[in-house]
Design a protein around this ligand. Structure first.
Ligand code: ADP
Ligand code: MG
Length: 211
């Protein structure tokens, strides 16, 4: 059984854009998580790689953006530069319908300067690796006071890579009333602890095996 995106409270422009991208039906994790995330609930979502987790959190984060407000409103933390680049690409594709959403990638391996310039020009969404995000926070280039959505993507890999302290440091600078979305391919004990620390009254959705 498949469910269309048109069952969700998304704008007509977003629905048009999804059709244009060839996204006809929701994947299982999208169908399971979007009703709660679009209501503003914190969500823990577990589903295997390739199951469409990016669009699941991206549509929730994008739906809430106010592009006239010049502040970073969504922050997506990813374990690696490659994953951050992939998330940025997907978010830009999904955001095309909402005019002028600025998505900036903050990952290591490239000079800070260009990233700082992009932040100065104004970003609505930041996608980055924990270390580089902290670097910009410490230098005063990045302000998270206006944040409404924090996403921990590939949370299991971020744990494996030893990013817990970095995530904690970033989360401390986010407004406490933000929405937090945690996405992961697996659900080891460490994820439950991470969720207990950073999420409020979360809805948990798990999709097993096939999608
Ligand atoms: P995950 O993060 O779970 O590993 P991705 O978000 O990278 O998975 O999605 C895997 C692929 O599926 C991407 O190429 C993405 O564009 C595509 N995709 C996501 N959602 C849909 C959908 N509803 N319909 C068709 N393709 C989709
Ligand atoms: Mg992913």
């Amino acid at each position: 059984m498949t469910t269309g995106f048109d069952t969700l409270p998304l704008s007509p422009a977003t629905l048009d854009n999804l059709r244009r991208l060839g996204y006809e039906a929701m994947t299982a994790i999208q169908a399971a998580s979007l009703p709660a995330s679009l209501q503003g609930r914190d969500v823990i979502a577990q589903a295997k790689t390739g199951s469409g987790k990016t669009a699941a959190f991206a549509l929730a984060a994008l739906a809430k953006l106010d592009v006239r407000r010049f502040a970073v409103q969504a922050l997506v933390l990813c374990p690696t530069r490659e994953l951050a680049d992939q998330v940025t690409t997907e978010m830009r594709r999904l955001a095309r319908a909402e005019d002028n959403v600025k998505v900036v990638t903050l990952a290591g391996g490239v000079p800070l300067r260009g990233q700082t310039t992009s932040l100065e020009r104004g970003a609505h969404v930041v996608v980055g690796t924990p270390g580089r995000v902290i670097d910009h926070l410490t230098r005063g280039n990045l302000n998270l006071a206006g944040l409404t959505t924090l996403v921990l993507d590939e949370a299991d890999r971020m744990l494996d890579m030893g990013f817990v302290d970095d995530i904690t440091q970033v989360a401390r600078q986010c407004p406490p009333q933000r929405q937090t979305l945690l996405f992961s391919a697996t659900y080891p004990e460490g994820i439950a602890q991470l969720a207990a620390q950073f999420l409020r009254d979360p809805v948990t959705v798990k999709v097993q095996a096939q999608h």
